[in-house]
Design a protein around this ligand. Sequence first.
Ligand code: 2AM
Length: 181
Amino acid sequence: MVRLFVALRPPPAIRDMLADAMDGVPRARWQDDDQLHLTLRFIGEVDRPVAEDIVAALGQVHAPAPTVRISGVGAFDRRGRVDTLWAGVTPHDALAHLHRKVDQACLRAGLSPESRAYLPHITLARLPGSAGRAPEIDGWRAVHAGLSSEPFTLGHLVLYQSHLGHGGASYEPVMRWPLET
Ligand code: 2AM
């Protein structure tokens, strides 16, 4: 079995800008540079033959490379505590279009449709346990509410394999396809 997801990789200058916002929340597990990505579609665990069908289907996706900018920060609050801090990305339209295309490719490969609403974001930190109730989280959100970048283009669709480990997940790019520019 392999654990897969489809994502876009922000350019180096944007990753540097995001790294500058990674401070000020105790026990946050800030993401390393090579973990930074914008998920389009989480796939999860699949068998190798299904993975091969996914690769073939993703190779058929034709869509414009989205041009976006970083826009503010947010947090996922699950069961009363924050478990993820993220940077927002706008506008959503081009990303939602690509998300639909990728979702359709996954359907052609035999996967079930995505059930969750798609909210484009770049995860900056995971907050384990009680770290997700730290009072500093609100301050971090206020300080970075205006986080904003110049527009940048996300030129490739990337299929990642996720390797889960004790120190967090590592993400390995396994295939990449150019989008239309
Ligand atoms: P997250 O950063 O918001 O947690 C690799 O794990 C990527 O897939 C991450 O960007 C993660 O989103 C996303 N992901 C992990 N599990 C998921 C799930 N069950 N549904 C949707 N996305 C998921």
